[in-house]
Design a protein around this ligand. Sequence first.
Ligand code: NDP
Length: 313
Amino acid sequence: MSDSKVHKCLIVGSGPAGYTAAIYASRANLFPVMYQGIEPGGQLMLTTEVENYPGYPKGVQGPEMMEEFRQQAERMGADIKFGLITKVNFEGPIHKLYLDSGEELLAHTVIIATGAAAKWLGLPSEQRLNGSGVSACAVCDGFFYKGQELAIVGAGDTACEEALYLSNLSPMVHMIVRRDKMRASAVMQERVLKNPKIKVYWNSETMEILGDKLVEGVRIINNVTNEVTDIPVKGFFVAIGHQPNALPFKDYIDTDEQGYIKTICGSTRTNVAGVFAAGDVQDKTYRQAVTAAGSGCMAALDAERYLSAIGVH
Ligand code: NDP
């Protein structure tokens, strides 16, 4: 295959990391091509108000912010395509990536910015009723249960944010917390605990989601007293964290025990020369839009330096 068909820079994923990489790579004349993946815009498409991204003093809706990122990347010249990378071959100096259609793509540099996806509890009833009252996205699905009592499991910032969101739709949100404390930031906890429409069940674990075709309730057990309680609800929301979307790369790219891509300290370099990782797929510590965007910028700069070092101009 002729070298002209080898992309200088191929970006996989389209959250804040991918779009920022695309903006920087375009301005550096790397003519980046981005494959957006299954959820264009990434996790921020499932968020409501973002209050902590600098430059938006009044806050901004997650999907609106991602649309602005996309427009900026396109205006700089990034070629943004819909498509899912399912397989790669990083054996040679030219990296090979495969779309779900089977099409092969070639690139000198690859920026992996595939983010992370919601985790599930792993209960059979959760799987059976998924989409029939069970959801991992309050913002996407909460509206369907307007006026109904709901349950949410988790105790991080996401669970708090989603419980607060649901409390605007529901007369009572039952929040199931497995320990006697929450992991969420103090400000989010305070908002939840002050909200009269959120009832917190401490030391409680979900045994089963009740219902035949639709969710009708949730059975929980108190892990201190062993007391079992059935709570009648019409919707059950899971907000227990995320796992990195690194599967297509796992045969070549080093990951840690939780599956996050390992990068060389102080850079976005992976163990494969010319392959870089940015955003939540390589960050289990900060996981913020602004840190993802920052690492997307780093990845584009790292790719530019690598291309220059191997003499691709
Ligand atoms: P986290 O990993 O922070 O929290 C996951 C929560 O789910 C924990 O409370 C954990 O409990 C609980 N959990 C995990 N597994 C189970 C299980 N099997 N059963 C019951 N509970 C379970 O994930 P988040 O998605 O909440 O947040 C991810 C990152 O994004 C964090 O850094 C967070 O600060 C950030 N974030 C920031 C926001 C903002 O600033 N506006 C909004 C949303 C997220 P336990 O504590 O017992 O381990």
